[in-house]
Design a protein around this ligand. Structure first.
Ligand code: ATP
Ligand code: MG
Length: 408
């Protein structure tokens, strides 16, 4: 059973029990556009406790606010009672929700294209907000007065940019003007919510256009203070040269391509990235330029080539080179050389070390920072292919230890 089939089953069950039930929001937009929907949401006039009674397996995630998850097979369908308040205005749940009819539920939604309902039983589109027309005009328009709607929830500014990027639609003039006017207020929105919208914008293949909107609206500079003109042009050009499918952190690194690494990592903290995500971003930013040294020692090549995010670094460097030298194929030569050197190296790139600290202590080395350095030197010789057996590694260590002994 697909998510769509599960949602339609839920709608039918609600309708058979005398309730009004419809598919709502993003999935309706995506169905009309023949686009794969992320999730299928159901809106109904049944109250949460009535929904809970009707289905065997439910989760009361936001029942107080009118939202129940219905579980069918391995699918989870969000069933929301028609309500007048938005989900998380200013990052919080509303104090109380006011249940209402379908029309008012449509009016609380952000954009006209996101405000439609569809009845899969009668195959009827229920459009109180002119969403269909705006879909045809490829326009992102707020439901109601733009300034008012953005002031209710400033995240909607980023959502407008996100939908415009994903769908390739224009943001209508009044909405665009209101975004410019309210951009500074984006700092009142939680980093997690900002990050989620930024991610959807930057993973879209249309990301360069999205970044341009973020910059022109000044949202970029408001979210990342100090993101100046020097950053702007590099960001747009570099994003334009990423592969169509790019991970968020690769795209975020490209967005910061014109910035100093320290500045970018500091500013990215606002997004509340996990430790691993920050590490990913930092790796890409601080290693910029390294792959342009096609003659780098084999040991360094093996070490960087075996890094977890090496492929992203390679894609980032390629995009930076293309952005900075648009008509110069030679700019990509070092990267090609790096690739061809890497494929010729036997795998694994980062093998187990031939000797351990204990092996060296057994031949008389003292536990100390110098031991760590010695191990590293021997490992590099191993990666260079200069030593291939444990015996050779021990011998090499003995020579180095002897050379280091002070002359009496
Ligand atoms: P996606 O395909 O990315 O899931 P979506 O349109 O389904 O896009 P969601 O964030 O999943 O977007 O929200 C579902 C629906 O809830 C939206 O289509 C919109 O009608 C409404 N909505 C979501 N966030 C807001 C908001 N901040 N203000 C008003 N309405 C919102
Ligand atoms: Mg959705």
């Amino acid at each position: 059973m697909t998510s769509k089939q599960a949602a339609i089953k839920v709608v039918k069950a609600l309708q058979e029990n005398g309730y009004q039930a419809l598919l709502a929001g993003g999935c309706v937009r995506d169905m009309i556009m023949d686009r794969q929907a992320e999730d299928y949401d159901v809106a109904t006039d049944a109250k949460p406790e009535q929904v809970i009674k009707l289905f065997r397996r439910t989760l009361k995630v936001g029942a107080k606010f009118g939202v129940v998850i219905v579980m069918l097979g391995d699918k989870q369908i969000e069933v929301a009672t028609f309500r007048a308040e938005s989900d998380y205005a200013d990052g919080r749940h509303p104090e109380s929700v006011h249940f209402c009819d379908a029309r008012q539920d449509a009016l609380r939604r952000d954009f006209t294209i996101n405000g439609m309902f569809y009845d899969p039983v009668t195959d009827e589109l229920i459009d109180y907000v002119n969403g269909r027309e705006d879909l045809e005009k490829k326009t992102i328009r707020t439901i109601g007065d733009a300034d008012e709607r953005f002031s209710e929830d400033y995240l909607r500014m980023l959502r407008a940019v996100r939908f415009s990027t994903q769908l390739g639609f224009a943001i209508d003039a009044a909405a665009w003007e209101a975004i410019g006017k309210n951009a500074s207020k984006i700092t009142g929105i939680s980093g997690e919510r900002i990050c989620a919208e930024l991610e959807k914008t930057l993973v879209s293949p249309n990301r360069a256009v999205g970044a341009e909107m973020l910059i022109e609206s000044s949202l970029a500079e408001r979210i990342f203070p100090g993101f100046d003109e020097k950053c702007d042009q590099q960001a747009i050009k570099t994003l334009a040269h990423l592969p169509l499918k790019a991970d968020f952190f690769l795209a975020l690194a490209a967005f910061f391509a014109g910035c100093e690494s320290d500045f970018a990592c500091e500013r990215a903290k606002i997004l509340r990235l996990s430790r691993n995500q920050s590490k990913h971003l930092k790796f890409l930013l601080v290693n910029r330029g390294k792959l342009l040294d096609a003659q780098m020692p084999r040991a360094d090549l093996r070490l960087i080539g075996s890094e977890e995010f090496f492929d992203d670094l390679f894609a980032l460097e390629s995009a930076i080179q293309k952005a900075q030298h648009p008509h110069d194929a030679a700019a990509l030569e070092p990267l090609k050389k790096i690739k061809s050197r890497l494929v010729k190296i036997p795998k694994p790139l980062r093998p187990e070390p031939l000797v351990t600290g204990d092996d060296l202590i057994a031949i008389g080395a003292k536990p100390s920072p110098a031991l760590g350095r010695l191990l590293n030197q021997i490992y590099r010789r191993q990666l260079e292919g200069q030593i291939t057996t444990k015996g050779q590694a021990i011998k090499s260590a003995q020579e180095k230890l002897k050379a280091k002994k002070p002359q009496k």
